[in-house]
Design a protein. Structure first.
Length: 560
């Protein structure tokens, strides 16, 4: 071999195994430890060694470059492999449900991720829509402002399980024309989300490649639910559920909710705008029970939650402001329901101007020198109500700071309760009491009015003019130029607040409220306000006080 070896090769190049390397990777030691001269140009050599060494160096440098390139190639190969793997995963995710989960999106390489984001078929609006689509409670209401993205979420939600063959979803609305709108939306969305999803108009049913089905139906009358007799659904959604006047259909269909697939969690879902024929039962079932977003257990044993919707949460409609403009032009009740998503306002409400935002305040300590008054409406079988007010001397605003609302109280019991509740007041508060309480007809003992007076309550007969009283309450609810209404109510008075929100107009006499509704706190407030109808202006109030003082009756027992 040595014979064939090129002449300029040194032994350590030809037989590298006999040599060890120094830290520069050069062969400088023989394995037996005998050093080779480092310089390569041995003392006394004729210069050839020098040339020879630099040549070697060049070769070695080349070798190193090759090695580095190989290393880089290997890394690149690894990257390609990872990339291939992630594409495989992506395809699998797409096959499963056609949509990227946030984790799946995150796992994608950057360039793919950007591409996926661009071609994403559906992306939930941040906030309530996202919360609704992620909710794990069995029964969820997504309710509030129009345009909040509720119906859209309703057609997306059943796709949760579109990759499971046993999945059966049913989307319901009150009427066929209304149903048409959401069917049209599904026709835009579903085929993009699932290639191969097929819609059959006759059955109003989508079939997905997995075999999963999403069906549309309407419930014009309660009896329409029997169309679903004997069926089982793993997902049932009611769009605009308040259009259903009773909970009959919901209850019936809840009994159809089940699945044979252990991987599927069955869900009931509904959306609604506030108001409508069924607002009452919907509010009672989903809204009055627990604060928004807080899950609770219903009496039927189902986990339940209410998610409020607002227009601002849907950038698709909120951005250009036109839709909002349109909602702003609606009459007050509808405006509050559809723009503010306010569930508190009732259809045909007498005090549409009443608003939590303007008229309800957080309690504060009433200064000792503020004038205090109270109004009492007595009832035994129905509630007795008493509301206490204080007048802010700076602008005459009436602050309702306390309420009593309780059934089955005898006159003496009511008096004692009031006395106890007034312990925090600097002195016993003057008030007005329903005139019926002063009437002797049919009673032998002292009247309620007399009983209360005996207990030390300073009371006058209330002015019971219903129509004037109602006008005065409207006057007080008006927002003055200062931006403050003339009445504000502590949020610790839920009964008065509820009555002012909900009390309906009398259908045959719109000048008055409907007396069949619960109106005891309202009446108490009306008496209170009527006892000082001109007192909005502090100067008027001064005059009133002077008048009252000059007319103070001799018989303090019976008031005046
Ligand atoms: N996540 C979303 N992605 C794309 N468009 C949306 C989304 N959410 C809502 N929209 C659009 O906003 C519009 C109003 O939403 P919709 O669901 O009809 O509101 P609502 O039922 O609350 O009145 C719809 O036409 C829909 O196209
Ligand atoms: Mg809708």
């Amino acid at each position: 071999m040595l014979i064939n070896a090129p002449l300029d090769k040194k032994d350590w190049e030809l037989n590298p195994d006999n040599y060890a390397k120094d830290e520069d990777g050069e062969f400088i030691l023989k394995k037996d430890g005998t050093p080779r001269k480092k310089s390569g140009r041995a003392k006394g050599s004729k210069g050839r060694g020098y040339n020879y060494h630099s040549e070697t160096k060049a070769k070695q440098a080349a070798k190193r470059t090759v090695k580095e390139k190989q290393k880089k190639l290997k890394a690149a190969q690894k990257k390609v492999d990872n990339y291939k793997e992630s594409i495989k995963k992506t395809n699998k995710a797409l096959e499963e449900d056609g949509v990227f989960s946030p984790e799946e999106l995150e796992a994608l390489p950057k360039s793919l991720r950007e591409e996926a984001n661009e071609s994403v078929i559906f992306k939930a609006n941040e906030g309530p829509q996202e919360d609704f689509l992620a909710a794990s409670e069995t029964d969820v209401l997504f309710g509030g402002a129009a345009g909040g993205g509720k119906s859209y979420a309703m057609i997306v939600d059943p796709l949760r399980y579109a990759h499971r063959s046993a999945h059966r979803a049913l989307i319901l609305r009150r009427s066929m024309p209304e149903l048409r709108e959401i069917i049209d939306k599904s026709r835009e969305l579903y085929p993009k989300a699932f290639h191969g999803a097929k819609y059959k108009e006759v059955e109003k049913m989508w079939t997905f490649p997995s075999g999963a089905k999403v069906e549309f139906g309407f419930l014009e009358r309660d009896a329409d639910v029997y169309r679903y007799q004997g069926q089982a659904y793993s997902w049932i959604g009611f769009d605009e559920i308040t259009h259903l006047p009773t909970e009959f259909a919901w209850n019936y269909l809840a009994s159809r909710l089940r699945t044979t697939d252990p991987e599927i969690v069955p869900y009931m879902r509904c959306t609604a705008n506030p108001g409508g024929a069924g607002a009452h039962w919907v509010k009672k079932r989903y809204i009055d029970v627990s604060p928004p977003h807080e899950p609770f257990m219903g009496a039927d044993g189902l986990t339940r939650k209410f998610i409020p919707a607002s227009l601002q949460d849907n950038p698709y409609l909120a951005k250009d402001g036109r839709y909002e403009q349109m909602l702003k032009a609606l009459p007050p009740t509808q405006r509050k329901q559809l723009l503010d998503g306010d569930w508190d306002v009732a259809e045909g409400a007498a005090f549409t101007e009443f608003s939590r935002l303007d008229h309800v305040i957080t309690p504060f300590e009433i200064p000792l020198h503020w004038e205090r008054i109270k109004g009492i409406d007595y009832g035994y079988a129905s509630e007795s109500a008493c509301v206490w007010g204080a007048v802010d001397p700076s602008d005459g605003t009436l602050i309702i700071y306390r309420e009593l609302y309780q059934k089955n109280l005898l006159g003496t019991e009511l008096g004692e309760l009031i006395t106890n509740m007034e312990l925090d007041d600097p002195f016993s508060v003057q008030g007005v009491l329903d005139t019926a309480c002063w009437s002797r007809t049919g009673t032998t003992g002292p009247t309620v009015g007399e009983t209360l007076q005996k207990q030390g309550h300073k009371l006058r007969r209330a002015d019971k003019n219903r129509i004037q009283g109602k006008i005065q309450i409207h006057e007080y609810l008006k927002i003055t130029q200062s931006g403050r209404p003339r009445i504000q109510i502590f949020n610790t008075c839920p009964n008065l607040i509820r009555e002012l929100q909900g009390i309906p107009l009398d259908k045959s006499n719109p000048e008055d409220v409907d007396t069949r509704a619960s109106d005891h706190a309202y009446d108490a407030l009306r008496y209170l306000i009527m006892s000082r109808p001109r007192n909005a202006n502090p100067l008027d109030r001064m005059r009133d006080i002077k008048l009252e003082q000059s007319y103070r009756p001799v018989d303090s027992n019976f008031g005046y």
